[in-house]
Ligand binder design. Structure first.
Ligand SMILES: Cc1ncc(COP(=O)(O)O)c(C=O)c1O
Length: 503
């Protein structure tokens, strides 16, 4: 297939035109617009179709007004939503045009799998992970899928480690099934030892037959995101148990990291090796803290130190990498484990053939057999902006988060969460890209999220903290600019309080 220069230039100018336009004035459409757009959805399949032109008009005029401005607005702070840079947007459209199935490594036929290998290698370098030590690297649909991969590999590894004490044959869950593999390994329990795990990790435990109840809290009583190391050791020692240790590198509600530095990770690694446990890091957005270098970010740098001692790492592309939905990534040190879990038996049509390099087919080490070339937008961004570009982007996001946190600490009407007696400077130094808060007035607090959203200028997610409603900012868009965005945020938060006081 030959690259068509017109395709590139038309797409590139359409996309840069879109990005040159100012972001939408409001982050949310009005209720009426949403209702109208929903009402225009086709309810009945037409027999002859309306044709290409009318379909384009329908999508542009009838449906698009009903979409929110999540990625296109730097003032959308819901969930953890990255945007899509111009380079990633162009590449993502090219992914569709070239429509490669990045499933089987066929080096004589397409470089699709090489693009994925190269993109994951550049990404590993960005995150200060030595690519050769992470030979199992894949793009996924998101952090949820990556957490499923992490627990699937951890399950395979921990049971094999337990069986190694009893015989020289490997008990493989992929081959024997979980019941038989556990029986042969002489274990009756698989436990996932975690502090404040993301819901998707618990969901992954349910999907994989480990059970949501297998996720055990090993957090400290007064600091629930931190590991209670003696308790961790006690649970690892349990006879008849195989273990996966799940490290939450920046929790979605608070942004807090489970580990505070290299020594703690070294201690956890030592325990894992002693008891044959697998360490999985959920660093959906927290793993990007490893990009930072400035003394202003020394706390975050030390929270991320030693995460490379894990066996597997989850990350998200559609968060801080600012590539479009959907894109996650997964890194593991153990490709042999992945080959035991994800192999496609009896499928000669999926074999790599005469490949002489060391790449494997993604379909044999990951979930899907057919896969989109998600790697290209990541490759494009890393090529376009480099390590310094990403560091500068994250620094701007942290600057805004800390500006919001400072405003909340100083405000008589709001409270930064979790509450702390520490000096303001210390608290601010620990702020990454998540800011959790509530209104001091209980009445306002109950309505806070909806009142902020009603203004449609900024978007925050509602959540709960200590049994009460709370709000959170997740600052993750590539366009973030503290000088422009902080005054908008302060204005909205001040207006909400003033309007409440008048009621
Ligand atoms: C720490 C963490 N893990 C996993 C996920 C799930 O990510 P995704 O929605 O991309 O599957 C999230 C989403 O916010 C997260 O913050």
């Amino acid at each position: 297939m030959h690259a068509d220069p017109d395709t590139f230039s038309q797409l590139a100018s359409a996309i840069s035109g879109l990005h040159l336009q100012p972001p939408p004035e409001n982050v949310l459409p009005s209720d009426t617009t949403v209702t109208q757009a929903r009402g225009k959805l086709q309810a009945t399949l037409s027999s002859s179709g309306v044709g290409f032109e009318e379909t384009i008009r329908h999508i542009r005029e009838d449906l698009a007004p009903g979409f929110n401005g999540s990625s296109r607005s730097p003032n959308y702070y819901g969930f953890v939503t990255g945007g899509s840079t111009p380079a990633a947007a162009l590449a993502d459209n090219l992914v569709t045009i070239y429509d490669q199935n990045a499933a089987v490594h066929l080096p004589q036929e397409s470089i699709a799998t090489n693009v994925e290998d190269s993109a994951t290698s550049l990404l590993a370098q960005l995150l200060k992970l030595e690519p050769s030590q992470w030979p199992h690297r894949l793009f996924t649909t998101g952090a949820t899928a990556s957490n499923i991969l992490g627990l699937a590999c951890g399950r395979e590894y921990a049971i094999a480690e337990a069986s190694a004490h009893r015989s020289d044959t490997v008990s493989s869950v992929g081959e024997l099934g979980i019941v038989e593999a556990m029986h042969r390994a002489g274990i009756d329990k698989i436990q996932i030892l975690a502090t404040v795990p993301h819901s998707s990790l618990v969901k992954a435990a349910g999907i994989l037959g480990l059970g949501r109840a297998s996720v055990l809290d090993v957090g400290l009583p007064n600091s629930s995101h931190k590991f209670d190391i003696p308790q961790l050791k006690k649970l690892l020692e349990r006879p008849g148990a195989a273990s996966i240790i799940a490290v939450s590198a920046s929790e979605v509600n608070t942004g807090l990291f489970a580990t505070s530095g290299l020594e703690e990770m070294q201690e956890i690694r030592k325990l894992a090796d002693l008891y044959g446990a697998w360490i999985h890091v959920d660093g959906a957005f927290g793993i990007f803290g490893r990009i930072l270098t400035s003394p202003a970010h020394s706390d975050i740098i030390s929270f991320c130190a030693g995460l490379d001692l894990a066996d597997s790492i989850t990350g998200d592309g559609h968060k801080l990498l600012n590539v479009p939905y959907d894109c996650g990534f997964f890194f593991s040190r153990h490709r042999d484990i992945a080959e035991r879990v994800f192999q496609n038996p009896n499928a000669p049509y999926l074999s790599t053939g005469a490949a002489t390099d060391s790449l494997v087919s993604p379909s044999n080490v990951g979930l899907e057999n057919s896969r989109r070339l998600r790697a290209l937008p990541v490759y494009a961004n890393l090529t376009a902006y480099g390590a310094d570009g990403y560091r500068a982007m994250l620094e701007r996001q942290i600057e805004l988060s800390r500006g919001i946190a400072e405003y909340l600490i100083d405000s008589p009407d709001y409270e930064l969460l979790p509450g702390s007696d520490r000096p303001k400077e210390e608290v601010l130094n620990g702020v990454y890209i998540i800011v959790l808060f509530r209104a001091k007035d209980e009445g306002l607090n109950k309505e806070l999220t909806s009142r902020i959203k009603a203004g449609r200028k900024i978007y925050v997610s509602g959540t709960a903290w200590d049994g009460k409603p709370a709000c959170r900012f997740a600052v993750s868009n590539w366009m973030t600019d503290a000088k422009r965005d902080l005054p908008i945020i302060k204005h909205v938060l001040t207006d909400v309080v003033e309007a409440w006081k008048k009621t």
